[in-house]
Design a protein. Structure first.
Length: 413
């Protein structure tokens, strides 16, 4: 069956507040976390369920990150540029146009140029309205951007392939996300002459997976740049444990997450039959779950309250095996990282269970990575209370401060 969070017969009679909190924490999407701010209204006319990808010829290395258009962006306490830039699909290598935003700190660049931080945003949704560049508050990421700018860093926030540029969005396909983050660094340098080649990544939830993947792809895709480290908060590094052959065990947030996970897998595996894994309200309200703003998003709580354990029982053992194989293919780690990482785990995370992430960190340590693992016992998924410490950690990568390496037996604060 899907999942491994412990279920109880009365779980759907638990407090509505608990479910509501999970939905808000999962950042305007189906169940993602850490939105922290109310989503601003997207640009008019941006909702799309297009299934054709905006693609161009495979970019030569020198063309990656080239900005094809830029316009002013004014948001919540922010002023920068909304851009389109070139990147590369991690599924088949075709060229793509990806949207995003770039912000520059005030004042004069330091010697060597502004360092760059590329941000992987948490799940917002799967419709074009869910591109952060289309909302004044970047759908909850504006606060993080402001904090990084205050530290004297150029900040690039990718929307990810397929959000805001025509679908489909290969949700949680890590190589595409890594390419998008790295090419956002190149786009920032294209746009900001005083930007340095030194860069770091930070991401939460979906963005945590993206920042981890960017750390792994930096040696093979980040040519011409100098990678210094990545902070990965509540990352869905390895989702294969979500599939088990026992009784139904998915918690409600995981059930609401499952349709989006299937959407992402379908981009890479078009023969996937979603009906083998979800049914009932989860199949009848797909666009509600994909949404992030407006009337559709307001219906998520009612969907969450109407699902039952039977709505996420796989059709057969063959379907269990197939999905587990697909998820294992995308699991991290896949290769050794190019610089240190910070991985933050919330002890009360009921979406990405702590043991899953801790096991992934253990495998990464076995590859020779230098990782500081911070286990925060009272944090939920993508808890915003972990962000200040992660921003400090990223800042220290540019100043050359010593690292803590949990893989080497050092204690993490």
């Amino acid at each position: 069956m899907i999942g491994s969070a412990q279920a109880t017969p009365d779980r759907h009679n638990r407090s509505v507040t608990r479910i509501r909190t999970a939905l808000v924490a999962l950042a305007c999407a189906a169940v993602v976390a850490g939105c922290g701010a109310t989503a601003g209204a997207p640009d008019a006319g941006t909702t799309s369920t297009a299934t054709t990808t905006t693609a161009v010829a495979q970019p030569a290395p020198a063309e990656r990150g080239i900005v094809s258009s830029a316009e002013p962006f004014t948001g919540t306490g922010l002023a920068g540029h909304r851009i389109l830039y070139r990147s590369t699909s991690g599924i088949d290598g075709h060229g793509t146009e990806v949207s995003g935003t770039v912000f520059v700190p005030p004042g004069q660049a330091p010697p060597g140029g502004w360092p760059i931080v590329t941000v992987g945003h948490p799940t917002t949704g799967l419709l074009d309205e869910c591109a952060p560049s289309r909302a004044p508050d970047l759908l909850g990421s504006a606060g993080l951007v402001r904090d990084l700018l205050a530290r004297g860093m150029v900040v690039a926030v990718t929307d990810y392939e397929g959000l805001g540029t025509g679908g489909p969005h290969p949700y949680l396909e890590p190589i595409t996300a890594a390419h998008n983050l790295i090419d956002a660094v190149r786009a920032a340098r294209f746009l900001v002459p005083d930007a340095s080649p030194r860069w770091a990544a930070i991401g939460v939830s979906q963005g945590g997976q993206a920042s981890w993947a960017a750390a792994e792809q930096a040696p093979v895709y980040g040519d011409g740049l100098e990678f210094v480290g990545a902070a990965s908060l509540s990352p869905p590094a390895d989702l294969s444990p979500i599939v088990s052959d026992g009784p139904p065990t998915l918690d409600v947030p995981q059930q609401m997450f499952l349709p989006m996970l299937l959407d992402g897998l379908t981009v890479k595996h078009p023969d996937l039959d979603a009906g083998a894994y979800i049914r009932g309200p989860l199949t009848e309200n797909r666009d509600v779950i994909r949404s992030c703003t407006g009337a559709l998003a307001s219906r998520k709580l009612s969907v969450a309250l109407s699902i039952t354990p039977a709505d996420t029982i796989p059709r057969s053992m063959d379907d269990v095996v197939r999905m587990r194989e697909w998820l294992a293919q995308d699991a991290l780690p896949q290769r050794r990282t190019a610089a240190p990482m910070l991985v933050v785990v919330g002890g009360r995370d009921n979406l990405i269970l702590p043991d899953w992430t801790i096991a992934a960190v253990g495998r990464a340590c076995g590859l020779g990575d230098a990782i500081e693992l911070r286990y925060r016992a009272d944090d939920v998924h993508a808890d915003s209370r972990a962000l200040p410490g992660a921003i400090d950690w990223v800042t220290e990568r540019f100043t050359g401060a010593p690292i803590v390496n949990t893989c080497a037996g050092q204690a993490a604060p």
